[in-house]
Design a binder for this molecule. Structure first.
Ligand code: KIV
Length: 278
């Protein structure tokens, strides 16, 4: 049975850690779901790890919707959250509700995620008003990274730490059912986690968050361009895939593939009749 927003909030109450990973297509969605992950995020990190773009701001709403629909189809149990791309609410905040509707109704997502920006509280409240659950995202926010001061890790001094705590409180008040904390010192993530009633999901935010999220292609060793400090590689699928592909190429070159097992044949009688015409 599909997890719901209430069942995710319930996990925090029961002190049960929440697991979340990204996925961007049908096949990987079935794997993440089979592994029992609670939340699948169709992240705009797809821009980098699937489409090879330099920035998450380059991905379109249509691309996100198409992939989100595939992820929903590939999963049975996980709650699927669609990541609202930059163009769908930050350029014109009035687009936020329409874009959220596309994730919810066209793709079948169960919630959307919005990164922090100036009008995020208004946009969140409007989407929640339309009965679409919203997950917040504070700390390092790649869509507006140019507006952030200092290093990638946010909240390292009193002023910015205080700002993060206030942002978390404001998102909870605006109706979010959970908040991603990205690149936040663990001490600040702990304060926020203890301060609000909704779950915090950390990525580079330490162990005290209510749950954790990673980019699937990072933790499976599939994305080689860069690996952030907070990533742990659990399996090296890149090497496994290259090795499998090399074996295939060797067998094609030697004629070992395809064998009879992978070939179709015509029955002999029929084949002999055909030969008479040749
Ligand atoms: O797009 C994404 O993958 C994300 C996660 C890093 C939380 O937003």
């Amino acid at each position: 049975m599909r997890l719901t927003v209430s069942s995710i909030i319930e996990k925090k109450k029961n002190k049960e850690k929440i697991t979340m990973l990204t996925a961007y297509d049908f096949s990987f969605s079935t794997m993440v779901d089979a592994a029992g992950i609670d939340i699948i995020l169709v992240g705009d990190s797809m821009a980098n790890v699937i489409l090879g773009m330099d920035s998450t701001t380059e991905i379109s709403l249509d691309e996100m919707i198409n992939h989100s629909a595939a992820v929903v189809k590939g999963s049975e149990r996980a709650l699927v959250v669609g990541d609202m791309p930059y163009c769908s609410y930050q350029i014109n905040p009035d687009d936020a509700v329409d874009s959220a509707h596309r994730f919810f109704h066209d793709a079948g997502c169960h919630a959307v995620k919005l990164e922090w920006f100036d009008d995020v509280l208004k946009a969140t409240a409007q989407i929640v008003h339309h009965n679409i659950p919203v997950m917040g995202h504070i700390g390092f926010t790649p869509q507006t990274a140019d507006k952030l001061v200092g290093s990638k890790v946010q909240g390292k001094d009193i002023e910015t730490a205080h700002r993060l705590i206030e942002q978390a409180r404001a998102l909870e008040a605006a109706g979010c059912f959970g908040i991603v904390l990205e690149c936040v010192p663990w001490q600040i993530a702990k304060i926020i986690t203890e301060d609000i009633q909704i779950p915090t999901i950390g990525i580079g935010a330490g162990v005290h968050c209510d749950g954790q999220v990673l980019v699937l292609n990072d933790m499976l060793g599939l994305f080689k361009r860069f690996t952030p400090k907070f990533v742990k590689i659990y399996e090296d699928l890149f090497s496994a895939a290259v090795s499998g592909i090399q074996k295939y190429a060797d067998e094609v070159r030697s004629g070992a593939f395809p064998s009879e097992k992978e070939s179709f044949s015509m029955n002999e009688e029929e084949f002999n009749k055909l030969k008479e015409f040749l």
